[in-house]
Design a protein around this ligand. Structure first.
Ligand code: ADP
Ligand code: MG
Ligand code: ZN
Length: 640
């Protein structure tokens, strides 16, 4: 349960609207009835009729306006009327007198009602508003079991988030370690913190100082936030969290106020967990160069440092920060007594992925047996969030297809959706383009299959995807791989070149479809030379560094300009040799290339098994498919 600013604002608006409504109701319904009994306007002649009938009791004549107000008893009820005096009727007064009516200064008597009216229209709304505010407050407290001041509102002017910070407060996160699959090392590292939060007095007795903060470091979507919540949930302590991106404020000083707020709340409810996600947005290394300094961020960071030093750790407060850019953090944050523990939260391995898939699959219905291992193997590099998404996509597909539960196929397809985007049924390729894409994909698959160390091909398709891929070839390693040898890297390079090479061998031309392959091949070749020490020319010299291992593996060169030029030449040479290798393989297997491409064009999607069956079928090596001329067409192309 979280009480966010929106909810608070909505409740406040309702509160004001109800207040206004109460006032309106009192003014229009209650007040007029007491203050001004209904006065009916009548014609002058009607009045004279009532006078003659002896019904008029009291009357009043206002000389300045010429208005006569009078009360009359009609059929037993007293009613009030007003009319305009007709100036020529000089006998009116005597007629009134003779009818028994009394002249009065005030026909409509208000005097005895004033106090009551005053009470009703002025004090009652205030009393109601106070009561309503109190009632709302109490209801909220019941709901959250907490009297956290930033969550309460109503009363007059109290609360509404003193600093405007979106501090999420959870009395019980309800998340435990069993909700986090894989990540056993991270969980192990966090159990001590859980124990500390659970029984701080035990640590105090011995005089042990526990870390005030731990930093969860890892790529996005690997479960850092989930783990922080699980720590609070396991220890049954409240969880206060704020995201670093919310600290980026327009006004200087607001971020610092938010930090103060977060810690104040965590202290009030200690033992507790205070969590700051994306801590790198405030904890960036402070610049020493004066020009680029950022006052606001520095103030926020300083406040965070002060708070982390300041709190009394006997109470049991643990600050859990999360980041995917640890290298940008200010060293002051990492000093002992602050975030002195660093807990890596890595992308899950094969077993971890299987466990995460199974965990999320518990929430959806399944029809028949599902092999999660197969799915886990084809999702190497996926984060926990990706896998949760895959399971959900599969469930959505099952609904779309009118099934009662998900089947293996749904999961398989949703892996491809996550990798390559939805199928684009509306996109119709011309026959010519379909032919080019078919040859291109078979080119990849064939080059892969004709080398020893490559991962087996599991699927080839020419159904376009929303990501822009016109087709792709999926390869899945049989086992999880952590190391790649130089030979394997070279084979991967050749496989990447296979698509374009097939276009050249068959059509004697090139298309834009190989752009993505070229990008990947270049990156791989460059890494082989600058980071993996796999070139004879440069040997084991690091010529580049990875900027951020968690976000992308983009590198920057760390060598002189002269060397950079030589590196570029080496990259070109490496890719070109892979290109030549691919061309050779395809020329040697030209018959199979034609046969397989024709088959793919007809079926649009083929499995790895089908591919291998045709490839190994030596008997009928047909010469189908013509080497017709071709023209170049635009379109992206992914090689899985
Ligand atoms: P991070 O904070 O590291 O970016 P989150 O903790 O917000 O990632 O994870 C996002 C979602 O991904 C979670 O809510 C959960 O559904 C899923 N998820 C991520 N990692 C795991 C995991 N190890 N086990 C189960 N679910 C996970
Ligand atoms: Mg997060
Ligand atoms: Zn390709």
């Amino acid at each position: 349960m979280e009480m966010n600013e929106n909810k608070k604002r909505r409740a406040m608006i309702i509160y004001v609207i109800i207040g206004i409504l109460i006032l309106l109701v009192l003014n229009t319904v209650v007040a007029p009835r007491v203050t001004q009994p209904k006065v009916e306007s009548v014609a002058y002649t009607d009045m004279t009729k009532m006078v003659d009938a002896g019904e008029v009791d009291t009357f009043n004549y206002n000389i300045s306006t010429g208005e006569i107000t009078f009360s009359a008893n009609i059929g037993g009820t007293e009613r009030y009327f007003s009319t305009s005096y007709w100036p020529n009727d000089t006998e009116l007064l005597s007629r009134l007198e003779s009818s028994g009516a009394k002249a009065s200064t005030q026909v409509v008597n208000q005097s005895n009602a004033t106090l009551l009216i005053y009470l009703l229209t002025f004090f009652l709304p205030i009393i109601l508003l106070i009561w309503f505010g109190w009632w709302m407050n109490r209801r909220l407290k019941k709901q959250f079991g907490d009297d956290n001041p930033s969550m309460s509102f109503g009363g007059f002017g109290q609360g509404l988030g003193r600093s405007g910070a979106k501090i999420v407060a959870d009395k019980e996160t309800g998340v435990t370690f069993s909700d986090v699959a894989g990540q056993d090392e991270a969980k192990q590292a966090l159990t001590e913190i859980v124990d500390f939060l659970d029984r701080p007095e035990r640590y105090e007795e011995i005089g042990a100082k526990l870390p005030r903060g731990a930093l969860l470091v890892g790529p996005p979507g690997t479960g850092k936030t989930l783990l922080a919540k699980a720590v609070a949930g396991e220890a049954h302590v409240p969880f206060f969290s704020i995201s670093g991106s919310e600290f980026v404020e327009m006004f200087v000083g607001r971020g610092a106020a938010k930090v103060r707020d977060l810690f104040k709340q965590a202290k009030e409810k200690a033992p507790s967990v205070a969590s700051t996600a994306e801590i790198d947005t405030i904890g960036k290394r402070r610049d020493t160069a004066g020009f680029t300094s950022n006052d606001e961020r520095e103030q926020t960071l300083n406040q965070l440092l002060t708070e982390m030093d300041g709190f009394d750790n006997h109470k049991g407060i643990v600050v859990l920060g999360a980041t995917n850019r640890p290298e940008t953090l200010d060293p002051a944050l990492l000093r002992p007594g602050r975030f002195d523990r660093r807990i890596p939260v890595e992308r899950p391995d094969l077993a971890g992925r299987t466990a995460i898939l199974k965990l999320h699959a518990k929430n959806v219905k399944m029809s028949g047996p599902i092999d999660f291992g197969v799915i886990a193997r084809s999702t190497s590099g996926a984060s926990g969030a990706d896998l949760a998404n895959i399971v959900n996509e599969a469930a959505l597909r099952a609904v779309r297809e009118g099934r009662k539960g998900i089947i293996q196929d749904d999961l398989q397809e949703s892996v491809e959706v996550v990798i390559a985007g939805q199928q684009r049924k509306s996109m119709v390729l011309s026959e010519e383009e379909k032919k080019i894409v078919s040859y291109h994909e078979i080119g990849h698959a064939l080059v892969a299959a004709k080398q020893k160390g490559t991962a087996p091909v599991t699927k080839i398709t020419i159904v376009p995807r929303t990501s822009g891929a016109l087709g792709y070839t999926m390869q899945v390693e049989e086992d999880e791989k952590f190391l790649t040898t130089r030979d394997e890297a070279l084979e991967q390079l050749a496989t990447l070149c296979g698509g374009r090479s097939a276009e050249e061998v068959v059509f004697g031309t090139m298309t834009t479809g190989a752009a993505n392959d070229i990008e990947k091949a270049t990156k791989l070749a460059r890494n082989m030379i600058t980071r993996f020490g796999m070139s004879e020319e440069f040997g084991m010299v690091a010529l580049g560094t990875v900027n951020n291992p968690y976000l992308n593996s983009d590198t920057s060169l760390t060598c002189s300009d002269g060397t950079a030029e030589k590196v570029d030449q080496a990259v070109v040479a490496l890719v070109e040799s892979a290109h030549q290798k691919a061309l050779t393989i395809l020329r040697e297997n030209k018959f199979k290339l034609h046969e397989l491409a024709a088959y793919l064009m007809k079926k649009e999607s083929i499995s790895g098994d089908e591919f291998m069956r045709i490839l190994n079928d030596t008997g009928a090596a047909g010469t189908m498919g013509d080497t017709g001329d071709a023209s170049a067409h635009a379109g992206g192309n992914a090689q899985g």
